[in-house]
Design a protein around this ligand. Structure first.
Ligand SMILES: Cc1ncc(COP(=O)(O)O)c(C=O)c1O
Length: 444
């Protein structure tokens, strides 16, 4: 058995790890789908459970030696059922996209009609977007959001009646308002469709009661475990009482779709870490945490607008917001993302509803508060951060994205070289670092 440390066996990877740790520690993480797990969750992730094979489900495995793996998985399942108020939970999906793929396997045949929120309007790839398996193998129709940022329910109803999809998705990656679970359930029920709520982004908010739960309305709920839920990278598929009423075999169909339908052996170290994260999410402090995520998001949104930035839907109900950069120019997201990164603020460029540019050069950026809130930052810090974001974006105003591909490449290279030397961005970077040091992550 090799008992050397990583530093001894692979100093290059150790270096990369240490640099990433410093980057996380000294920068502001504002990608809304990211978070920082606790040391306890990290301990479960980096544990001996990574050594085991356990194809199958607790008490029904294809391999021996699964007594303690079963214990961990059963704890994860029971905790998920209780926290999300559902009849059945499968904690084995490797991540959010495979979880959603398993839902298709359980419910649909290739070529069936399905419906979900359009990707440029905030929806996820796996809800029927043309470049994903969900759009390639299924006949996907997509509903949109209105210019005010809310889902266009009339369109959703019309499309459902016209195409009678087998499966309807509600849930998104960049939607700033509360999801209309009840209304979409009425549409799904009226056409006999299954309603799957993908709560990947808002799972933690639902547990804390700061976003309504879909458990009474949807048949199936999927979620990643690594976003507001603050667990390891993984996912769960849950079946509600309503789902079992529609189809008593639904839980079995989901389990068979995950294994053997899509996956092989589960990642048992992840399962243990999901169980640990769910235990944390059941504590009163987690409720306070999730409440603070939303308070911080609202404070940040207000202050960004006070600093002259335009937000999609003029604000947020949840943990994220979309800055509409079309007042500067269409396709400006890339400039804002890179300038903010130079200033020590990590976010992602994102399409805005009815984006006049393309998903490669979208016109917005997406900002979120879950990771900052984990550090203990509150409204006061959000005010300061909003000022930095507005100031950093100001530094990009002179750059306009050329239509011509070659010219575009040249301008982006010039821009990237110039922002490295930009004194205003360097100044913000120093202040960001100072703030981060007051809210340490893994350092004691
Ligand atoms: C709503 C939604 N569903 C599913 C996923 C997919 O999760 P993963 O990236 O783990 O495959 C995401 C990820 O961003 C998401 O936002």
């Amino acid at each position: 058995m090799n008992k050397k440390t990583l530093q001894q066996t692979d100093p290059e990877i150790k270096q990369a790890l240490m640099k990433e740790e410093a980057r996380q520690e000294l920068g502001l993480e504002m990608i809304p789908s990211e978070n920082f797990v606790s040391k306890a969750v990290m301990e479960a992730m980096g544990s001996v459970m990574t050594n085991k094979y356990s194809e199958g489900y607790p008490k029904k495995r294809y391999y021996g030696g699964n007594e303690y793996i079963d214990e961990a998985e059963m704890l994860a399942v029971e905790r998920a059922k209780k926290l999300f108020n559902v009849a059945h939970a499968n904690v084995q999906p490797y991540s959010g996209s495979p979880a959603n793929a398993a839902v298709y396997i359980a419910l649909c045949k290739a070529g069936d009609h399905v419906m979900g929120q359009s990707l440029p309007d905030g929806g996820h790839l796996t809800h029927g977007w043309k470049t994903s398996f969900s759009g390639l193998f299924f006949n996907a129709v997509q509903y949109h959001v209105k210019p005010n940022g809310y889902i266009d329910m009339e369109e959703a109803k019309k499309l459902a009646e016209q195409h009678r999809p087998k499966l309807i998705w509600v849930g998104a990656s960049a939607y700033v308002r509360e999801f209309p679970f009840k209304e979409l359930a009425e549409i799904a029920d009226s056409v006999g469709a299954y309603l799957a709520a993908d709560i990947a982004h808002i799972a933690g908010l639902i547990i804390a009661g700061v976003h309504p739960s879909p458990s009474e309305h949807a048949h199936i709920i999927t979620t990643t475990t690594h976003k507001t839920l603050r667990g390891p990278r993984g996912a769960m598929i849950m079946v509600t009482e309503k789902g079992l009423q529609k189809d008593p075999e639904l839980a079995k169909k989901i389990d068979s779709a995950v294994f053997p339908g899509l996956q092989g052996g589960p990642h048992d170290h992840t399962t243990a870490a999901i169980a640990a994260a769910l235990q944390e999410a059941a504590q009163p402090e987690f409720r306070q945490y999730a409440e603070q995520i939303v308070k911080n998001a609202k404070a940040l949104a207000q202050e960004l607008m006070a600093n002259g930035l335009k937000l999609v839907s003029n604000g947020t109900d949840n943990h994220l917001m979309l800055v509409d950069l079309t007042p500067i120019e269409k396709g400006h997201g890339v400039f804002a993302q890179d300038a903010l990164e130079a200033a020590g603020i990590t976010c992602n460029k994102n399409t805005i509803p009815q984006d006049p540019s393309s998903p490669f050069y979208p016109s917005g950026i997406r900002l979120g508060t879950p990771a900052l809130t984990t550090r203990g930052m509150k409204e006061k810090e959000m005010q300061q951060i909003a000022g930095w974001i507005a100031a950093a974006i100001k530094e990009t105003e002179q750059y306009k994205l050329p239509e011509d591909k070659e010219e575009r490449k040249e301008l982006l290279a010039k821009f990237r070289a110039e922002i490295k030397e930009n004194e205003a961005l360097k100044g913000i970077r120093a202040e960001v670092k100072e703030m981060c040091m007051k809210f340490p992550l893994y350092k004691d």
